[in-house]
Design a protein around this ligand. Structure first.
Ligand code: IPE
Ligand code: IPE
Ligand code: MG
Length: 255
């Protein structure tokens, strides 16, 4: 459906729309520091972060990005105070219920990656409901990484392949990179072209370890709750200037 109040596209945005990345992944970091710098509780930081999610999802769709993967909860985030974890679960549920209409309106399909079965049943139901109701949408695919860990994902894939092997469905010699990729949670998702991390930290924190082997990295000091459309556009423009070589040479040599 076309938005009745179609916003004006800037020349920079037009440039991105002409050749958008197939997949952008974001480590949404800095909610706690954003809150602390204002004397707020960490939980208020997460609430503010949800606003950025709304804006970036919408922007990604409008700019023609195919897949947007957002790291929302890691397998290691259970270590946080119980109150914070409970607040994050609640926020997730509220976000899904509150955003469903907006996702439909913007033709966004919701997928998830991660060990969702370890979430409380009410959160699982909320996720399932939106995944099902948006399954037919054909615009942006929003992938929420929930209870996600790169090592956990690889471990799950190895286990699945071992079980297949024990049943005689796969032989060791058949295991190649393509089969491993197809055995990950991201089987149907292209590898990220661009990995953005907000809040300045220079680490990948167990995110998409297999998939980011040739992703371009972009780290911004901006805290996630302050990260808005103009920051996203800046990251995509920076990405467009990168020369990706994938181990080869560019431009092709003339010998
Ligand atoms: C990222 O912000 C959100 C989640 C991990 C859920 P943080 O909560 O990690 O914020 P900082 O890193 O403490 O500032
Ligand atoms: C990464 O951020 C996880 C998410 C954004 C969900 P963290 O704040 O949990 O990672 P570290 O502790 O800085 O490595
Ligand atoms: Mg953090």
């Amino acid at each position: 459906m076309v938005d009745p109040v179609e916003r004006k596209v800037t020349p920079e945005e037009q440039q991105i729309r002409e050749n958008p990345p197939a997949h952008v992944a974001i480590i949404m970091d800095g909610n706690g520091r954003w809150a602390k710098s204002r004397g707020f509780s960490r939980i208020r930081g997460h609430r503010a972060g949800a606003e950025s999610i709304r804006e970036i999802v919408r922007s990604a769709g409008e700019l023609g990005v195919g897949f947007l993967t957002l790291y929302a909860f890691s397998v290691d985030n259970w270590k946080r105070p119980r109150r914070e974890v409970a607040a994050l679960m609640n926020l997730l549920k509220r976000f899904l219920a509150g955003e469903e209409r907006e996702l439909q309106r913007n033709n966004v399909r919701l997928w998830t990656i991660g060990r969702i079965s370890e979430f409380p049943p009410d959160v699982q139901h909320a996720i399932d409901a939106v995944v099902k109701s948006t399954a037919g949408n054909t615009g942006l695919t929003l992938v929420l990484a929930l209870n996600y860990g790169g090592r956990a994902e690889i471990t799950d894939a190895v286990r699945a392949l071992c079980e297949k092997s024990a049943r005689g469905e796969v032989r060791a010699g058949e295991i190649d990179e393509a089969l491993i990729s197809r055995s990950l949670y991201t089987a149907d998702i292209p590898d990220p072209d661009l990995l953005i991390r907000t809040s300045g930290e220079m680490r990948v924190s167990n995110f998409l370890l297999w998939q980011i082997s040739y992703a371009e990295l972009y780290v911004t000091p901006v805290y996630w709750p302050d990260f808005r459309r103009q920051h996203f556009v800046r990251a995509l423009l920076d990405f467009q200037k990168r020369e990706r070589r994938f181990g080869g040479v560019e431009p092709p040599p003339n010998y």
